[in-house]
Design a binder for this molecule. Structure first.
Ligand code: PBG
Length: 331
């Protein structure tokens, strides 16, 4: 018998689409996706977002139509970003967000799952995610948690299925959980932005939500968001949020922090959500617009990477295409 000079043949696994499909370690499903929605009180028709092609900011009226269209395409889970018209130093009025949540759930009931982002950056005159100290040099933790907890309660009472705190204050998960439970809202879940890094890649989002930080001495979010140079802090913060009662842990941005997703996967059995953020999405869109990659295939490749690294849930600006794209995906 002739000796096989290539005894370790791995290429048979890659021979033909059927074989690749059969032996794939990752299978995507649109059921794992969350579609972000933007809603601005100050506009009277949908507005385009710089860098985020195919994504628009809605009005309180057009958002209902948007959800309806998304549902027809197979999306059922949404993450809402409400942007109020008036900005304050110390926000108190959350009635716009609460009324829209109420209206959306009134319309769609349990046909959809509605999470609402919880943060003050779209509410404050200075664009920071919490309440500033008098000298405007610090974001105050305790005062911010107090306001956020009140806001969370209103969103939950209005019918939100899930509250997603993205402010990065310490102790807010425990405070919100306790308050919700005390008020009989124990069925409302918490998806914590638990490993949220201080990143350049939130640019298009900040344009959509008027939320760029602009306070005198405090021009970035480094004193509360995680450092890209410290993954141990990210892990400890995520596990702390889990201990305080977070149901879902999030890593954000997604593709730059696959190591964090993967390490967190090994340390928790809680579901992990990966948020492919606005700048990451815009980078793909920009390459696609220049004909340097295939948009649809690029998003599929990214989603596969997120799942491979250990994410259960994917938050993507292209989530509304997930069912169609995954169906058409070639392995
Ligand atoms: C609000 C918030 C941000 C994002 C989600 N919630 C921006 C920020 O922290 O500056 C980013 C989402 C994205 O870029 O897609 N705190």
């Amino acid at each position: 018998m002739e000796k096989n000079i290539y005894p370790i043949n791995r290429r048979r696994l890659r021979t033909g689409a059927h074989m690749r499909e059969l032996t794939a370690g990752v299978r995507l499903s649109h059921r794992a996706f969350i579609q972000p929605l933007f809603l601005d009180e100050s506009i009277d028709r949908p507005r385009a977002i710089n860098g985020l092609s195919q994504v628009e900011v809605d009005t309180a009226d057009t958002i209902l139509k948007r959800i309806e269209t998304d549902m027809l395409a197979g999306s059922q889970k949404f993450l809402l970003f409400p942007v109020p018209e008036s900005k304050q130093e110390h926000p108190r009025d959350f009635s716009f967000a609460a009324s829209v949540v109420d209206r959306i759930k009134e319309n769609f009931g349990n046909d959809i799952w509605l999470a609402t982002d919880l943060c003050l950056c779209s509410y404050t005159t200075h664009g920071h995610c919490g309440i500033l100290s008098e000298d405007r040099q610090q974001v105050l933790n305790h005062a911010s948690v107090e306001v956020l907890t009140r806001y969370a309660l209103q969103l939950a009472a209005a019918g939100a299925d899930c509250i997603a705190p993205s402010d990065m204050m310490d102790g807010r998960i425990g405070a919100i959980r306790t308050q919700l439970d005390t008020m009989g809202l124990e069925q409302v879940s918490l998806m914590s932005y638990s490993a949220k890094f201080s990143s350049q890649f939130y640019g298009p989002f900040r344009d959509a939500c008027h939320s760029a930080p602009a306070a005198g001495g405090l021009k970035d979010r480094k004193s509360y968001q995680l450092s890209p140079f410290n993954s141990n802090d990210a892990l400890a913060t995520a596990l702390r949020d889990e201990a305080e009662g977070a149901d879902i842990l999030m890593v954000k941005p997604a593709t730059l922090y696959l190591d964090v997703i993967s390490r967190l996967r090994q340390q928790t059995s809680s579901p992990i959500a990966a948020y492919h953020v606005s700048g990451e999405y815009a980078a793909v869109e920009s390459l696609a617009a220049q004909g340097l990659l295939k948009r649809q295939d690029a998003h599929i490749e990214i989603w596969a990477a997120l799942q491979r690294s250990g994410a259960d849930i994917i938050i993507s600006y292209a989530a509304r295409n997930a069912r169609q794209w995954i169906e058409q995906a070639t392995y």
